[in-house]
Every structure is written in C-alpha cells, then in structure tokens.
Design a binder for this molecule. Structure first.
Ligand code: BG6
Length: 505
C-alpha cells in the first residue's frame, strides 16, 4: 500500500471517536499502514495538536477492540495526528489546510496521496467537495479519494443532486461510499462461501431455494437520535441501504476470480432486476410498523411516541418488512422477505435460506413430514453458520427429526467493519463499497414506498416493544411459510413453535 495523508473532516465528532480512530489504531497495530502515518483532523473548534492527540487516546481507551498499551509505538501513532481549524464554508480555511497538508507531506516524505474522509452531515458533502477542488487540495501528483457515509440523499432526486455535486470534484472511482454492513466479516465472507463450496454453489438458485429471509433486528429504540430518526425511519435508515446491499450480496452470481468491477456489475444486475412495486401492490408487499410500549429483557420500555424528541403524532416507521422478487432466470419465483426494525425481541442480523421440499406428494407415499433444509448465515452480533438437515431418530422408531450443524466463528477479536473498509479504501479496492448505480437504483426501487408513505396510503402497524414486529408482517409469507427467528428456526422447536408463533405472531 502506498502511504497517504488522511484528512478527516468532523474529527471531533462521534463517528471519529467511536469508529475511525480505533480503526486507524488497529490497522496501525496490525502493521497494515505502510510508511509514515499522517492524519489531519478538522473541526470548527480551535484545538492544539496535543489536545487533539489526547482526545484520540481517550477514544482508543474507550472504544478500541484492542486496548492501547503505553509504548513508544503508541506515542508514534498519536504523534501522527495533527489538527487544523476549519469552517466548512470558508475558502481560506481550505487554503490553510492545503499548506498544512503540504508541510506534513514534506516533513514525512509522503507522496501526494490524499484520503478525504467526510465524517460530517450530508448537507456538507457538496460544499466540502467543491472547496477541496477550488483550493487545490485535490490537485495531487498521487491519488485523491473521498470517503463518505450515508445518508446519500433522502429520495431519488436529492440523491441525484448530491451525486452531481460530488462528481464535479471527484470521479466515481475516487468516491468510496461506506455502507458499514458491507464491512462486516460475514458479509465479506458470503462470496467465498458460495464459491469455495460447490455444494452451496450448485444450490444457489430457484430450482432448490424456496425463499430467502433477510433480517436486521435491533433491540435498541431511537436512542438520542430523535431528530434524525424521525425524519428517516427504518426505510431510509436501514432498508434503502444496508438491507438492499445484503440482498445484492446474497443474490449476485459472480464469475470465478472476479474483480471489483465484476462485483459492481453483478450487484447492479441484481438491484436493477428487482421487480418494481406498482402502486396498487404496495400494501400487499410492504409492511410498515411502529413500536408501542412493551417489555424488553423483563423491563418495561416506552413506545416510540413517548420517546424524548418524537412528536406525539409521528407516523414514522420503526419497522419495515418487504416481499420482493428478482426477475432473473436464476431467481424467478423465489420470494425474498426482508425486514428490519427497532425495539424487537433480539439483536440479530442474518440471512436464512429455506430450501425446497423436493418430495412431491406422489413420491412421498408414507407422508413423512419433513422440515425444510435451512442455511442460516448469522452476520451479527454473533457470527456463524448453521445448516439444518433431517435425520432418523433411532429412539423414536426411526422417525425423522431435524438436526442443525453449526459453526460459530467464536472469535471476539475480529477486525471491525470500519477497519476493513478504511483499509480497502486506502488500497483503492472498491469491492465492498456502494457504487453510485447501486445507490441510485436502490432509491429508485424504494421511491414508490416513500411516495405512498407521504400520501398516507400505507398503513402503519403498531407492535409491542420486545416482540417480533407487527403481525401483518407474518402475512407477507402466506399460509405455508413463516419468519424464521431464533426460536422458530431451531430444529427441536420447528414445527410446533413455528406454527404457533406464526399464528399468534
Ligand atoms: C446504522 C443505523 O446505519 O446501523 C442505525 O443508522 C443502526 O440506526 C445501525 O442501529 C445498525 O448497525 P449494526 O452494525 O449495529 O447492526
């Protein structure tokens, strides 16, 4: 990897503290950052370098997965951080920043490679990008790259406007859009799983798959983000980005030894093949929900409307579930069920693949009741895989019983999503970043949902905090299928609990 200067806008913010400094530290400690390190932090408040370095150290102590040990190495890491005051709208601050960057490049003998990380509100993306260009910060002899993170717009039109702004200063291949779900190790593992296992590779299609369920359930509520969340809701906060990215990662079919360009083109293929929702089909395919008061881990929790900062009549959704189809020969006829919500019973992000029952009634003379084969890919917080098979139980006259073969990665010290992503961006590898086409096509797909929500034509279903979400979401799956939760996917519990949960869900 070529060394570079890391220019961090929003260096006194929350994301910097919680994620970016610890990620840089762990990359440094793993010896992944070659050459001298130069980080220039920017913020509105005046800070000395020493105060800034003390803040970085503080963040490592609180948030790093690896506690920082007092050592000359740690000192070397901290001394790489310098600070400059910057008011986003003041051109002269960018000229000062350029002088600062050039001075550090000279002092450290760094090539003119510059990474601009915009850890600021999206309203500042456009102005910062044009000032980077106008000030000459972007005229480098090496490479320049931009890292930004969602929200990329609030709807199709604003996303396009934002992208037009950015593309005046940065080319698409210089823009690294973080979707932190793409940095999760198990998501990065999906492709490997499919392609290094001929068994799975062969089964990854509609001939064998009955349905796919993608869930990102959270137990937290709106937390301290009422202002942001009440304007975003589950659709913009999670669904348009993380959930649709998981869908693309799950459904794409890559050639062997694929390049980042292959990944992008296959993901684009998936998202552009998702069947558009017609206005009069929306209510049968989309379920919006909002949590009411309930109980979580034995403690009462308030409903969304009683959360601080949330308007008492808010119609914002804290849960969304969708049924969608991919119009592609490999996936035709396979429903994808996707859901995400806050204040649910468990914190779990996972993909469950339910395989088809190949024995038709004619061949199944003895009317054996088979549970479906399930492949469960646990993405977080615990990582792992499990495969449910049917086997004979010798204690029960050879009756069939489902068993689960499990693999839990059990490694608590895995690199964090931000470590993986910052490292890839430094290498210039765009495999696990969201390309503009994916972002645009995702907005295009959700746009009718946004419009129906604004028009008030999509009902909002209440669900009790601590439950599995609104009962209406179970109806998306029809009579013969149900959401496979922790308890309903467990082999022993399968038939009875699953049916009960489904009926009463
Ligand atoms: C963020 C959302 O992008 O993802 C949050 O803004 C959500 O609302 C979070 O809580 C979930 O991420 P993770 O990694 O905890 O599953």
């Amino acid at each position: 990897m070529e060394s570079s200067t890391f220019v961090l806008f929003g260096a006194t913010g929350d994301l910097a503290k919680r994620k970016i400094f610890p990620a840089l530290y762990n990359l440094f400690a793993d010896g992944k950052l070659s050459g001298p390190l130069s980080v220039i932090g920017l913020g509105r408040r005046a800070l000395t370098n020493e105060t800034f370095q003390a803040q970085v150290l503080d963040s490592l102590r609180t948030f790093s997965r690896r506690p920082p040990a007092d050592s000359p190495e740690l000192q070397r890491f901290l001394l790489a951080f310098e600070y400059s005051v910057l008011d986003v709208g003041r051109p002269e601050d960018y000229r000062k920043l350029l002088e600062h960057v050039l001075r550090r490049e000279r002092e450290l003998g760094l090539p003119q490679n510059r990474m601009f990380y915009l850890s600021v509100g999206p309203e500042f993306f456009g102005p910062i990008a044009s000032n980077i260009q106008a000030s000459g910060l972007g005229d480098t002899e090496g490479w320049k790259r931009l890292i930004i993170e969602k929200p990329f717009g609030r709807d199709l039109q604003s996303a396009r406007e934002l992208n037009d702004n950015l593309s005046q200063a940065f080319r698409e291949e210089e823009i690294f859009r973080i979707d932190h779900f793409l940095g999760k190790p198990m998501v990065q593992n999906l492709e490997v799983l499919k392609y290094s296992n001929p068994v799975l590779r062969a089964l990854w299609q509609n001939r064998y798959i009955s349905n796919v369920q993608i869930t990102a359930a959270e137990t937290v509520g709106v937390e301290e983000r009422a202002g942001y969340y009440d304007k975003s809701g589950a659709l913009r906060d999670m669904f348009q980005n993380h959930m649709l990215q998981l869908l693309m990662m799950m459904a794409m079919q890559l050639p062997k030894d694929s390049t980042p360009e292959d990944v992008r083109s296959k993901k684009r293929h998936v998202i552009s093949s998702v069947r558009p929702l017609l206005e009069d089909e929306l209510a049968q395919n989309i379920v919006r929900g909002q949590y009411a008061a309930g109980e979580l881990k034995g403690k009462p929790v308030p409903g969304y409307l009683s959360e601080p900062g949330i308007p008492a009549a808010s119609q914002n959704e804290t849960y969304i579930a969708a049924r969608l189809f991919i119009d592609d020969p490999l996936w035709s006829g396979v429903p994808f069920y996707i859901r995400t919500g806050k204040r649910l019973k468990e914190k779990s992000t996972r993909i469950v693949i339910e395989f088809k029952e190949p024995l038709s009634d004619i061949h199944n003379k003895h009317k054996i009741s088979l549970e479906p084969n399930l492949l469960v890919i646990n993405i977080g917080p615990e990582e792992g895989l499990s495969l449910q098979l049917n086997t004979k139980d010798p204690r029960r006259h050879g009756e069939l019983e489902p068993v689960s073969i499990r693999h839990e990665s059990g490694n608590p010290d895995l690199p964090e999503a931000y470590e993986n992503l910052i490292y890839d961006a430094m290498l210039g590898d765009a495999t696990f970043f969201a390309h503009w086409d994916e972002v645009e096509l995702s907005w295009q797909w959700v746009q009718p949902i946004i419009e129906a929500t604004e028009a008030g034509t999509l009902p909002l279903h209440p669900y009790a905090a601590g439950s599995n979400g609104p009962a209406a979401a179970a109806e998306l799956l029809g009579e013969d299928h149900w959401w496979l939760d922790e308890e309903t996917a467990a082999p022993a519990a399968q038939s009875e609990t699953a049916k009960a949960v489904r009926q009463g869900a």
